[in-house]
Design a protein around this ligand. Structure first.
Ligand code: 5GP
Ligand code: ZN
Length: 140
């Protein structure tokens, strides 16, 4: 693990080389507003050490991120009068991760914000569901 990566945007924010609007920090975690919010109040919860994604971030740090995301969800909901909150983590390019430094999105949602849920592609074929479950269970 590298504590900081020289070319990483979030490492630069944590080191104050790039400004951000900070909400909270402690020994391991830095929390700031997303510059291009899905809705006003959209916040990022970021480990101070450079871990790329959920696979490599230590479980203890992920737990700390989630603890903060919980408290933050209540604060953001109260402050923005949101109707709901999404917690999201994109891992790898295929999943929409643009910044390769692990982070949780805490996104306030409003009944009339126009966003919809992902749509399911198709139901499973006969037997396919158990087949997929068995594949996952084998490596879990
Ligand atoms: P990802 O797609 O990697 O899950 O999300 C990266 C997030 O970082 C995006 O929502 C994007 O708006 C945010 N972001 C990108 N550059 C900056 C920046 O310079 N400052 C802040 N505060 N957020 C940023
Ligand atoms: Zn980084």
């Amino acid at each position: 693990m590298n504590t900081h990566m020289p070319d990483c945007l979030f490492c630069k924010i944590i080191k104050r080389e790039i400004p951000s609007t900070k909400i909270y920090e402690d020994r391991n975690i830095f929390v700031f507003l997303d510059i291009n919010p899905v809705n006003i109040g959209h916040t990022l919860v970021v480990p101070k050490d450079h871990w790329e994604n959920i696979y490599t971030t230590p479980t203890k740090i992920l737990c700390e991120m989630m603890e903060i995301a919980k408290q933050l969800s209540i604060a953001i909901k109260t402050a923005t009068k949101a109707d709901g909150i999404n917690i999201e983590m994109n891992n790898e390019k295929a999943a929409g991760q643009l910044v390769s430094h692990a982070h949780l999105h805490v996104v306030p949602r409003f009944g009339d914000d126009g966003f919809t849920h992902w749509h399911g592609k198709r139901p499973y074929n006969e037997g396919e569901m158990q087949e997929v479950a068995d594949k996952i269970i084998r490596v879990f």
